[in-house]
Write a protein that binds this ligand. Sequence first.
Ligand code: PEP
Ligand code: MN
Length: 296
Amino acid sequence: MAIENKAPGKDISEEDLKTKFPLVAKKSADHSSCFSVAGVEFGGDLIPVMAGPNMVESEQLIVETAQAVKARGAHFLRGGAFKPLSFPYRSEKYTETREQGIAWLKTAKQETGIPIITEVMEERYIDLIADVADILQIGTRNMQNYPLLTAVAKTGKPIMLKRHYGASLRDWLGAAEYVLVEGNEKVILCERGVSVAHTHRSSSRFLLDLQVIPAAKEVTHLPVVSDPSHATFWRPWVEPMALASIAAGADAIMLEVHPDPENSAVDPLQAINFEAFKALMASMNKVAQAVDRRVK
Ligand code: PEP
Ligand code: MN
């Protein structure tokens, strides 16, 4: 139950559920959305896994990764072609592949049949991206880009809405309501780490807010994904936080997987290799079974 709070604007009040995000709010205690995307069910007993590199660096990398993650049980291939890179400077390796990257994702999908999730940053590229993507990802930095949310919602494609690293659950659900109000009900929420004073490592920018998973589920029927890769920014912490996310009730997991993580063009400290991904699929399935769910 949401608690009536005396400082409106920070946490969620009963009134918010009725007037600020009535479509996102649960209609009853056991209300939870279950829908299928490219034949994969979200919100049911399966916990879908989305895996792939941070960036669609080359055709060879993305096709090889698609084959490898599919063979190891991933349900979706992830990878950014249009990417919000934190600083404007580019090198030959550290550069978005944009239209070319979308074409490579299409090749990976054609060659393996794996469905695709990739990010949309600008309205003008929505049609190009929606042509190959089964799920459109809105990144942390665009969570409150309301015109973009309205435009992606209108495609009717499933939307994965990453939580801004500084946003309250209230603001995150408010952003999701912008998609539902357009008649698009296939919204997946994604926790990807929040900005806090201490992250236990100088290179880790964020802290996985595990607590937001049960907190979100108290008030919304939408599925909640956890992205321990972006949250921890540190390979050795990805496995424990993926397992903890499943124990906490996550409905899906997003993971950065790269054939050669140390040489990943972006975020080399957080990606895991194919072997680690295989082992993680097995350990995630064990934890999933303990909470009456499954990864495979
Ligand atoms: C990503 O998923 O590659 C990404 C850029 O994530 P975020 O928006 O959470 O930083
Ligand atoms: Mn990334």
